[in-house]
Each structure stands twice: as structure tokens, then as C-alpha cells.
Design a protein around this ligand. Structure first.
Ligand code: AVI
Length: 322
């Protein structure tokens, strides 16, 4: 490691997902469904950042407010000399609130699949926290991987998973993911996880249908990707963004809706879409606090403390492996 920058980069060479195969499989399935991880090309990632700034999407600013208001409390829970491992670290923004409050953190370990993004975010963070070793790991955090050895004085290894990204997993996949985090962090592992709460459908529906159309652009960008990367033969104007809260399932569901009888052509194959047909693109689960605790318990994690905002819009959970 170079002391001037204090950055190490471990490239676990995550396999590229095959966009074409995933799209062909999703459009051939009945009902049609495309996985939400396909949203995040460069434009999709920028559109998601823009969603976070819309007045209707309360999640990001509320979670930041919770972290800021309770940073001292969280830091006291974590204690001195921790190794903080952020899963899907992206721009590494929210973690700064924690790093400022923590007592002598031994290392910050951002884990992300996007190599260049990770390199740049790690460099920016190391520059802003001189003396803090930043050990970047390029890996697909949804699949099993191992952390590099993290030396230094004894302290906890704590996983950080903000943003309610956990809500984009199906509940069984949450349990599988937390079990894999348990293995990654080792005995006594602890986690800090942001999770959106159940609330009035009006607030939820507005968050995913902002007036400026940012969610719509984000969702329809998947069709833009199919057009530009796969030479897809389709007319984006004949599809619309649909998002609504399914109260029975406790989740926002996102779809692109076909506005006409039409076909999508890709690589010599044609997929018929009926007028009104929905192509599923994402679920975003909302958990009441006891529901989230019950899911975590299925993976062996016990709740230690949960923080919310005064409006009880969002929750941040501190969990410990039992
Ligand atoms: C990344 N994830 C937590 C967002 C969410 O709220 O489920 C993705 C998103 N989809 C539409 N708007 C934002």
C-alpha cells in the first residue's frame, strides 16, 4: 500500500453479466420480466442519482438525516478500531458521515462491481480522510467472495449496506444475502443496514412517480440500453413507465407497459407485446421494523438497535450475528 494515498485495490475480476442473454431470457419468459440490475449502465446510474434529489424520493435525504442525527450513537455501538466494509459502495457518500464519527477506524473497505467508479470513489475518499487505509475490493457483492486480510489492532468488522437496496431483493434472497454477509464478516460480525419503511401508499406512489419524470426516464432507460447496446428494434415512445404500491405484497412494483400491439426485435428474434402488457422491471420492498428484524433473524442476525426519523419514513438497523 502506498502511504501517500493509503489505497489498496483488490480486483476479484467479477464476471460481466451477459446483457444480451439476460434480456432475451427475460423477454421470452411469461410474464415478461427484466432484472433490476440491468438499470445501472452509466446513464441509469446518473438517473438514479437524479431520482435521489427529487422532492418526492424521500429515501436518500431521510436516511442521511438519520445517519447524521445518530452518528455519535452509531459510532459508540461500533467502537474503536473497526474495519468498515461497504457493500455496493457506489460514490461512497453516506459512509463519510460514519467515518467522521468513528473512533480510529482501521480500514474502510468499499466493495463494488464497477471497477472505474470504485477506483475514483476510493481515491476521492482517501484524499478526504488522510491516514485512513482504503482497501477497495472490485467484486459482485451479491455473490460469495472473500475479503483480503485486514490487519491492525483488534476491533469489529462491520458491514454497511445503506440506501434500502436490500428492498430490491426478494425476501428469500435477503436471507441468503445476509447469510453470505455473515460468512464474509466472520464470527461476531455486525451490520448497519438502511431499509425503507411501510407507509401511506400516497407517499410511496409519489416517490416512484416524480412529477419531473425522473423515475420514468430511469425505468425506460432499460429500453434505451436494449436499443443502443443490442440494436433492438423497438419504439420507446410506445412504452410507458408504471410504478405502484402493492399493499398486499408490501412493495413498489415497476413495469414498462406496452402502449400498443407491437413487437420488440433483438438479434433476429421477435417478442410480441400486447397493448397493455406489462414487462416487470423491479420490486422495492418496504418492511415494518418487526418484519425486517424477523428476516434478519432467519439469517442469524439479532437486532441491536434501530433508528428512524421523526416521520417514521425510513429505518437504519444495527444487527449482530448471534
Ligand atoms: C436502488 N433502489 C434502492 C431504488 C429503490 O428505491 O428501490 C431503485 C429505484 N427504482 C426506482 N426508483 C428508484
Amino acid at each position: 500500500m502506498n502511504d501517500a494515498t493509503a489505497i489498496a485495490f483488490h480486483d476479484l475480476a467479477p464476471g460481466e453479466d451477459n446483457f444480451r442473454e439476460t434480456v432475451l431470457r427475460g423477454l421470452a419468459s411469461q410474464p415478461k420480466a427484466l432484472p433490476c440490475k440491468l438499470f445501472y449502465d452509466a446513464r441509469g446510474s446518473a438517473l438514479f442519482e437524479a431520482i435521489c434529489d427529487t422532492p418526492e424520493y424521500y429515501l436518500t435525504r431521510t436516511e442521511i438525516g438519520i445517519l447524521e442525527a445518530n452518528a455519535g450513537d452509531i459510532a459508540a455501538r461500533i467502537g474503536p478500531n473497526c474495519r468498515l466494509v461497504e457493500l455496493g459502495s457506489g460514490a461512497s457518500r453516506k459512509v463519510r458521515i460514519l467515518l467522521q464519527a468513528l473512533e480510529r477506524p482501521v480500514a474502510y473497505v468499499p466493495v463494488d462491481i464497477s471497477r472505474e467508479h470504485l477506483r475514483q470513489a476510493a481515491a476521492r475518499l482517501a484524499a478526504d480522510f488522510p491516514g485512513l487505509p482504503v482497501i477497495a475490493v472490485c467484486a459482485d457483492y451479491t455473490r460469495p467472495f472473500e475479503l483480503p486480510p485486514l490487519s491492525g489492532p483488534p476491533g469489529k468488522t462491520v458491514g454497511f449496506f445503506p440506501g434500502s437496496t436490500i428492498g430490491n431483493f426478494e425476501p428469500d434472497a435477503v436471507v441468503a444475502f445476509l447469510k453470505h454477509c455473515a460468512k464474509l464478516l466472520g464470527p461476531g460480525g455486525e451490520m448497519l443496514i438502511g431499509s425503507d419503511l411501510k407507509k401511506s401508499p400516497d407517499i410511496l406512489n409519489a416517490a416512484y412517480n416524480d412529477a419531473a419524470g425522473t423515475n420514468a426516464a430511469f425505468n425506460l432507460n432499460l429500453l434505451e440500453r436494449i436499443k443502443s447496446e443490442l440494436g433492438g428494434d423497438l419504439d420507446i415512445d410506445r412504452f410507458a413507465h408504471v410504478a405502484f404500491y402493492n399493499e398486499r405484497e408490501g412493495r413498489i412494483e415497476l413495469y414498462v407497459k406496452s402502449l400498443a400491439d407491437q413487437t420488440i426485435g433483438i438479434a433476429g428474434r421477435r417478442f410480441r407485446c400486447a397493448a397493455g402488457e406489462l414487462i416487470h422491471t423491479e420490486n422495492s420492498y418496504k418492511y415494518a421494523i418487526p418484519e425486517f428484524h424477523a428476516l434478519a433473524a432467519r439469517a442469524g442476525f439479532q437486532p441491536v438497535q434501530t433508528w428512524t426519523d421523526p416521520g417514521r419514513l425510513f429505518s437504519v438497523h444495527y444487527l449482530r450475528l448471534e
